[in-house]
Structures are given as C-alpha cells and as structure tokens.
Design a protein. Structure first.
Length: 257
C-alpha cells in the first residue's frame, strides 16, 4: 500500500470518528432532553405540599384581678338568729327597723373585721353598749355592738385587715343576751348584711346596694330570753289573746324604768 492510499484511509477514519462523536453527542443531548422532560412532568404531577406552619407559642393565661370588695362573717361559723328588717320586741308597741343582724355567741368570743378598713369610732352607747365602727372603701361602714371589750390596739385611726380580731362578744347596752349586733351602711343608709357576708365583688358597680336597702313590710315578732335593764311592764297592761291552736299570746305594754 502506497503512502498516498494510507493518507486517504487516515483521513476517512478521522471523518468517520468525528461523525460518530457528533451522532453520539446528539443522541446524548436528545436522551438528556427526553429525561429532563419526563422529570419535569413527574414533578408537575406531584401534589404541592403546603409549608409547615410556624409554631405558635401559647400565651400564658393572665389571672383575673383580685376582687375589689370581699366580706367575711364577723363570727365565723355562727348563725344569724335575728335578721335585718322590721322587728317588734315584746316591750314595743309597734315594729321598727332592725338595722342590722344579731348573731348569738358566748360572751368573750372573738369578733373579727368583716373587711379591710379603718376604725373611725369606738365608745359606749346607751342602746348599742360598747361598739366599734369601721369605714371601708366605697363609702361603706360596718358596726359591731353590745361588745364586752375591744381588742388591744383597736382605736380610732387603726387599720384593720379582714379577719383581724377587733373586739369580743358581750351583753352591753339594750341587749337581751350575749350576742353581736352587726350593721353595714352606705353613708347613713342601713343595708342588709346578709347580701354581703361571705361574698366577693369585682368592682363597686357589683355591690348589691339596691337589693340590700329593701325592707320587707312584714313585721317579725321577736322572742327574748332576758329583758334589758331599764325596761319594765306597766302594771295591769297585759292583753291576752286566745289563738285557734289553743295557745295564748300575751302583749305587754312597757315603760322605761
């Protein structure tokens, strides 16, 4: 084989090799384009996932504010034996307003402040006997009467917390036995303490002032175990009525002795 024929053969091989490379490159490009198209189609068919929500930090619950008004019983565990309202005592000709409640208790039992407040009066009255008066916010006052003695340090201007001992039960003044006479007032207006004792009120507007000021027209006839000093019956002034149930009711007209 001549050198000329070898040169031609080498050139043909180069052309064939280049052509093969071009065909292979084109085939690879087509194959790659086909695979890319299939991948894009598959991605489009997949459901779109929503982004995960950011975690929400729960705010701590804010505790409610403490009540603005709170009243406790001045003699915890004791019951009211003479309620607020019109009452007629055996020596009275007509009923009159009992401006507080009576709570029976043995002499010397500790009397506690019904609410936070400041002592505005202490003293001795012919009717109330020994008493302590406390002013509270909202223009309310509480009165504790027929006391045997007031607690140490309880004087005008002293600040009392709810539940502090302020005095001791007695039988002073116009009293028919050992007990506490307890009043709540707004200004000079007497209010029924039963609407307040053991209750809490968030604000002044929640105070049951209107309901507590109502007075029933029914007169309750009270019974007593002893008569207060200075009160006696008029001789021969006893009226007897025979009731249908066989009982007898006696009404006694009285006079101050």
């Amino acid at each position: 084989m001549t050198p000329k024929s070898l040169a031609l053969q080498s050139t043909s091989l180069r052309i064939a090799f280049i052509t093969a490379l071009g065909v292979a490159a084109m085939a690879g490009a087509l194959n790659g384009a086909l695979m890319l198209g299939q991948w894009v189609a598959q991605m489009e068919m997949r459901p779109t996932l929503a982004p995960a929500p950011a975690p929400v930090e729960e705010a701590e619950a804010t505790p409610p504010p403490p009540p603005a008004f709170r009243f406790d019983a001045p003699l915890p565990g004791r019951v009211i034996n003479s309620p607020f309202g019109l009452r007629q005592l055996p020596w009275e000709e007509n009923g009159r307003l009992h401006e507080g409640v009576d709570i029976a208790a043995p002499s010397g039992a500790a009397v506690k402040a019904a609410a936070d407040g400041v002592v505005i009066r202490t003293g001795i009255s012919s009717s109330y006997g020994r008493f302590v008066e406390v002013v509270h916010k909202g223009g309310l006052t509480s009165l504790y009467a027929h006391l045997s003695a007031q607690a140490k340090g309880v004087r005008r201007g002293a600040y009392l917390h709810r539940g502090d001992v302020l005095a001791y039960v007695g039988n002073t003044g116009h009293s028919t036995g050992s007990h506490l006479h307890f009043e709540i007032r707004q200004g000079k207006k007497p209010l029924n303490p039963s609407f307040f004792l053991g209750q809490s009120f968030a604000k002044a507007d929640d105070l049951p002032l209107k309901a507590a000021a109502k007075v029933s027209r029914k007169v309750r006839r009270a019974t007593v175990s002893t008569w207060p000093q200075g009160v006696g019956a008029k001789p021969g002034a006893i009226k007897v009525a025979h009731l249908r149930n066989g009982r007898v009711r006696a009404r006694i007209a009285v006079q101050a002795g």
